[in-house]
Design a protein around this ligand. Structure first.
Ligand SMILES: C[S@@+](CC[C@H](N)C(=O)[O-])C[C@H]1O[C@@H](n2cnc3c(N)ncnc32)[C@H](O)[C@@H]1O
Length: 268
């Protein structure tokens, strides 16, 4: 997502909640389904789904652990949690909580997972360590992040469009941040081992999002990218939309790389 969102724009996610759910069909849900298939939650397990959003991984996880299991789905955004609560009738094993998961006190989980969440933590390693500590000894931990370069071309065109519409100097390429040190399989695996996990494996899910105009704009409205529109008037937002879609067209961005890396490990 946009760098702005990666440093934790909670307001952006609050505003995005309804569109986030609409984008889910195209983006979040297929990613969540792949992760759940990989981590294989079993009937009766206790799971912490950190940064759950509207439930792309928490809901299929709850189905797998079944009524004898328990899923704590935690998100810092109240509107995200409200959307999730509306979607979970018939899953009494799924418990949605509005909270900062880096301060979550639950422990002893069989599985701790966070899909596209940890890079929002102000201190990514400290937050990830905290999540590891929530798993029971011998429990499974899974963190999913974007692979280097994924999603960014759309963010760049959005940034340039906002600059054009607001008349500011277009910013340069985004500066490298902490996540750039870990967003390739060769760097993610040792980082996870360094957090104290064993049996570490990193699985790459290659995927591409078809950027119809509807989906391309939903990607802005239904993700942390929405924060880029925060200060704009409705008229400016409409112009940003037109400019962004025209730029995607001109640059031939018909398919966006949305490849993810899921790192799995076991706690000591
Ligand atoms: C890109 S979304 C991913 C949501 C979901 N896991 C999915 O795959 O659809 C990132 C989510 O992380 C949440 N988030 C960011 N920082 C958080 C924190 N410290 N504690 C809990 N949730 C957080 C945001 O509110 C947002 O819903």
């Amino acid at each position: 997502m946009a760098r702005r969102s990666q440093v934790g724009s909670r307001d952006a996610f609050d505003a995005a909640a309804a569109d986030f759910a609409a984008l889910g069909r195209h983006l979040w849900e297929p990613i969540g389904a792949d992760v759940v298939e990989l981590v294989d939650p079993r009937p009766g397990e206790r799971v912490l789904d950190a940064c759950c959003g509207t439930g792309a991984s928490a809901i299929p996880t709850a189905r797998r652990v079944d009524v004898e299991g328990h899923v704590d789905a935690v998100d810092i955004s109240g509107p995200m949690v409200a959307e999730l609560r509306e979607r979970v009738s018939g899953l009494p094993q799924l418990h949605a909580h509005e909270a900062d998961v880096t301060a979550w006190e639950g422990t002893g989980y069989d599985l701790v997972q966070s899909v596209l969440g940890i890079f929002f933590f102000p201190d990514v390693a400290a937050g990830a360590r905290r999540l590891n500590g929530a798993a029971r000894p011998g429990g499974r931990v899974a963190f999913t992040i974007w692979r280097r370069g994924a999603v960014e071309p759309a963010g760049r065109q959005l940034t340039l469009s906002v600059a054009e519409v607001t008349g500011v100097e277009p910013p340069g390429e985004r500066p490298r941040g902490p996540v750039d040190a870990i967003n390739q399989p060769t760097t993610f695996a040792p980082w996870l081992s360094g957090l104290g996990l064993s049996d570490v494996d990193v699985v790459t899910h290659e995927r591409r999002l078809t950027m119809t105009p509807e989906v391309a704009w939903l990607l802005v409205l239904g993700s942390g990218y929405r924060g880029a529109l925060d200060e704009l008037t409705p008229d400016q937002i409409a112009r940003v939309r037109d400019c962004y879609l025209a730029r995607l067209d001109e640059t031939g961005l018909t398919h966006l790389d949305t490849t993810t890396l899921t790192g799995l490990g076991t706690t000591p």
